[in-house]
Ligand binder design. Structure first.
Ligand code: SDX
Length: 425
């Protein structure tokens, strides 16, 4: 028997079905709310609104739990590599040996770019932010694959999904090398996904590049942690673009653009800038006070989250990766000392305790990237490489959802009423 909520407005009562998920909050199905009441529901920022039903990722923000297809993120980081997690997010189950081999074969053999796409980079200034390059070049993939793409054909959707997962590291490494005036790299099929990315990023044609296994493992973990995260701003952008039946390359390009913002995926770059700005543990208290001051636009980057009101489990894993990588590479980074002290002080401060502001995935990732000799402008690019798996998984889920229709929110109009047009002269 369907549970219902009753809502009475101006003496008229309507019944609203309550839908229960497999875990997490139940939802009120307000699909017919406007039809039955002539009113809209108002929820700027969608703080209380579920945009879809999904079985890909679940976050319990109060307890700091993150599940990919039901598996805790901690187990996946410990027991899988990124391509296995990518397969899980895309297909719903962990791959067996043959599934893993054919998936890896497909991704590996889609990792090159059409040779003409390499000329697209020449149009950018060398000092262009690499995220601008990612938005442009990934969007341009539409020009190369749009014609033979029926988004309602599962096989063609699968090829487009594999192409995107496979080509993102190549485009990202090309953007990095282009910014440095280095030759644009080619992928090497003998390498794993993370090794291939590092090789394309740092190898030069004039000498062999030694892949450090510690760095390759850290990169693989970073890819896993950033792969998907429910209906965050960039994933919601991909879904909204996809709901108009735009091709997947254009949809992923829109997701990259949304991820770029410092309130979202751009926070990792902003955290490093903030730690450098703080400069010393002696200055932490001043910045904590600024973060609490409503009149000061400064916020503690890498802190707070719309969903997590507890420690982001990804931040816990990134903090451990920080210690492991810096230890194994024998790096003593004063920024880590500032970050650890900043976290300690903030977590004892009543403001952060009351508002349940904890470190999020971006708080430590910048320090790890720095240890891997990745420049800050590339941090969000790497986030977009990893999140492409989540974006294409969510896009495929949306394309096969029978309830799917074009997303078209309404508004509370507060503008001028109907005015007579009269020209003064
Ligand atoms: C990501 O959605 C996702 O899942 C995103 C992500 C993913 O994997 O896709 O997890 C990746 O984007 C992580 C978040 C990275 N962003 C940052 O680290 C930027 C700093 N954080 C804030 O900008 C903020 O916490 C947000 C944007 C992350 C969340 O903002 P919300 O949910 O809209 O919360 P809010 O801004 O309303 O904050 C609630 C209160 C406010 O105070 P009051 O108005 O209630 O008095 O907490 C305060 C805020 O002023 N607050 C902060 C703060 N974050 C929130 N105060 C100081 N420093 C901060 N970082």
């Amino acid at each position: 028997m369907t549970r219902k909520a009753t809502i009475t407005i101006d003496g008229k009562t309507i019944e609203v079905p309550i839908i229960k998920g497999s875990c997490g909050p139940d939802v009120l199905d307000i699909s017919n709310f406007y039809q039955e009441t002539g009113m809209f529901c108002y929820d700027p920022g969608f703080t209380s609104t579920a945009s879809c039903a999904s079985s890909i990722t679940f976050i319990n923000g109060d307890e700091g739990i993150l599940l990919y297809r039901g598996y805790p993120i901690e187990d996946l980081v410990e027991k899988c590599d990124f391509l296995e997690v990518a397969y899980l997010l895309l297909y719903g189950e962990l791959p067996d040996i043959s599934q893993r081999e054919s998936f890896e074969q497909s991704i590996t053999h889609h990792s090159m770019l059409h040779e003409q796409l390499r000329t697209f980079f020449q149009g950018f200034r060398r000092d262009a932010h690499p995220m601008a390059v990612m938005v442009g070049v990934v969007g341009a993939l539409s020009a190369f694959y749009h014609d033979n793409l029926d988004i309602y054909d599962p096989q063609q959707r699968e090829v487009a999904s594999h192409r995107l997962i496979a080509k993102m590291p190549t485009i990202a490494a090309m953007a990095y090398n282009y910014s440095r005036g280095c030759p644009l790299p080619y992928p090497q099929n003998r390498l794993t996904y993370a090794q291939n990315f590092l090789n394309m990023m740092f190898a030069v044609p004039s000498e062999p590049y030694q892949i450090n296994p510690v760095i390759a493992r850290a990169m693989d973990i970073i890819f896993i942690l950033h792969a998907d995260h429910e209906q965050n701003a960039s994933t919601s952008t991909v879904r909204l673009a996809g709901s108009s039946q735009a091709n997947p390359f254009a949809c992923i390009s829109s997701g990259i653009a949304a991820l770029w913002g410092p309130a979202h995926g751009g926070a990792n770059e902003a955290v490093l800038t903030m730690l450098k700005q703080i400069g010393s543990t002696k200055n932490i208290s001043e910045f904590i006070e600024r973060a609490k001051n409503k009149n000061d636009p400064f916020r503690l980057m890498g802190f707070g989250h719309r969903v997590y009101k507890n420690y982001d489990p990804r931040a816990r894993i990134m903090r451990k990766a920080c210690h492991d990588v810096l230890g194994q590479l024998n790096i003593n980074d004063p920024l880590l000392e500032i970050a650890l002290e900043l976290e300690r002080i903030a977590l004892e401060d009543p403001y952060f305790i009351e508002k349940k502001l904890y470190p999020n995935v971006d708080f430590y990732s910048g320090i790890v990237f720095k240890a891997l000799e990745i420049p800050p402008s590339m941090f969000t690019v790497i986030f977009s490489v990893a999140r492409t798996v989540g974006w294409v998984a969510q896009w495929n889920e949306m394309m096969t959802d029978p309830a799917q229709k074009i997303g078209r929110p309404r508004q509370l109009y507060v503008g001028e009423k109907n005015r007579n047009f009269s020209k003064s002269k």
